[in-house]
Write a protein that binds this ligand. Structure first.
Ligand SMILES: C[C@H](O)[C@H](O)[C@H]1CNC2=NC(N)=NC(=O)C2=N1
Length: 112
């Protein structure tokens, strides 16, 4: 049985690895429905909608705990009724499988 991305854990990114090419990143997208790449393929992003500010805040608080557990941290923007989660492996200034693992785990946190 093929392991889902969410079943994997982020590996410490020690730098010195090349970021995924845009084409390689696009092959991962099929496993993370709802997420999008930026034009250069350096960022993975998804918007989540909530009923109000508190719901959005509760969600990003959970994302924060997940990030600490995984040792891999998203950029988060949130406000009344929404949260935007952006993922990049900063150490390599691009995307790594870790970003897609986090994306799948974050989607599941939102119940998606
Ligand atoms: C020392 C620490 O583990 C590293 O700096 C981690 C922390 N979280 C991280 N998160 C992300 N998104 N990219 C990184 O390169 C990264 N590096």
């Amino acid at each position: 049985m093929v392991e889902s991305l969410a079943q994997k854990v982020c590996t410490p990114c020690l730098g010195g690895v090349l970021p995924l090419t845009k084409e390689a990143a696009e092959t991962y997208l099929s496993q993370t429905p709802g997420w999008e790449l930026d034009d250069e393929g350096h960022w993975l992003r998804r918007n989540f909608k909530f009923i109000d500010f508190r719901e959005a805040q509760a969600f990003i608080d959970n994302v924060g705990h997940l990030a600490e557990e995984q040792g891999h941290h998203p950029d988060i923007c949130f406000g009344w009724g929404y949260a935007t989660i952006s993922l990049q492996t900063h150490k390599i200034r691009g995307l790594h499988e870790n970003d897609f693992i986090m994306a799948d785990k974050v989607s599941r946190l939102a119940g998606l």
